[in-house]
Design a protein around this ligand. Structure first.
Ligand code: R5P
Length: 288
């Protein structure tokens, strides 16, 4: 198998190749003066098994993925790993005339198989024409958290949507989900449903931190209940705008995350990155 790391996933692609002991094919990209992108895979792909790794956080990254698939069309088998599948939010039509973006992108991807990682909307998986498998990075996050030597840790989901992720991240450890209680017409309290957190290390976990609003608010509420510290973990570090500043201001000392999106370390709080490369490499090996 030969690996191609797309422009959105150069580090992860290289790590997947290393895990597989497979060659990483050099990629050339440049931009024409009018803004159009050029892409070329160097090295033979004709008749080979090729694994393309490319996240799609932006429209340009989606186009690059389509170019990668076109450039590798002569391969005997094309496996595609999309570690962060952007355009998974709009997975159905709520109003007439709306594009089902997840369907539009998913249908354009011709490969066998396609791997995604903790896709935002599992409903989006039904739109792929290609065989698709959503991989779960929760055990990797959990392992990283366990290695941090936290004091009496508890993993907490900020809402019901992240409940499964919190449970799988905690593994055999304790986990809970936040519950919003209305105290009066003007006051709400957000606190864990079951567990007390005083003096404990809390890890708030969500599938992604985008603007940071959800998790910063949850962290702030939890700080009032006397934990030793509130850390945050997420699979996808989307980190739009000043998301890390928001976490920092909410007293979060670090973010435990993965490399489904490649982010620089420089910022107001450090990132603890668990790579999803072993997850993708294992899945690719199994499907051979
Ligand atoms: C929501 O459905 C997701 O699981 C995340 O909670 C959300 O995308 C986080 O967004 P933000 O960081 O902008 O609050």
């Amino acid at each position: 198998m030969k690996v191609v790391a797309g422009p959105a996933s150069p580090g992860l692609g290289a790590r997947v190749a290393e895990q597989l002991g497979a060659p990483l094919l050099p990629l050339e990209t440049r931009t024409f003066p009018d803004g159009e992108g050029y892409l070329r895979i160097h090295g033979a792909v004709e008749g080979e098994e090729v694994l393309v790794v490319q996240a799609t956080p932006t429209a340009g990254d989606v186009v690059a993925l389509l170019q990668l698939l076109d450039a590798s069309a002569g391969a005997r088998r094309r496996t595609v790993a999309i570690p962060y599948f952007g355009y998974a939010r709009q997975d159905r039509q709520f109003q007439p005339g709306e594009a089902v973006s997840a369907r539009a992108v998913a249908r354009a991807i011709e490969a066998d198989p396609v791997f995604t990682v903790n896709i935002h909307s599992p409903q989006a998986l039904s739109h792929f024409r290609a065989p698709v498998q959503d991989l779960d990075a929760a055990p990797l996050l959990g392992e990283r958290i366990r290695r941090m030597g936290l004091r009496d840790p508890i993993v907490i989901a900020p809402d019901d949507g992240a409940e499964g992720l919190a449970r799988r991240t905690a593994g055999k450890g304790e986990w809970d989900v936040l519950e919003k209680k209305r105290l009066s017409a003007t006051e709400v309290q957000i606190r864990p449903k079951e567990c007390a957190i005083q003096g404990r290390d809390v890890v708030l976990v969500d599938d992604m931190v985008t603007t940071g609003g959800t998790i910063a608010e949850a962290a702030r509420m939890l700080q009032r209940q006397g934990p030793r510290q509130v850390l945050v973990a997420c699979v996808h570090p989307v980190l739009a705008g000043n998301a890390l500043d928001k976490l920092h201001k909410a007293g979060v000392p670090r973010l435990i995350t993965t490399d489904t999106l490649e982010r620089p370390q420089a910022g107001p709080i450090p990132l603890e990155v668990a790579s999803v490369a072993p997850l993708i490499a294992e899945a690719a090996k199994k499907r051979r």
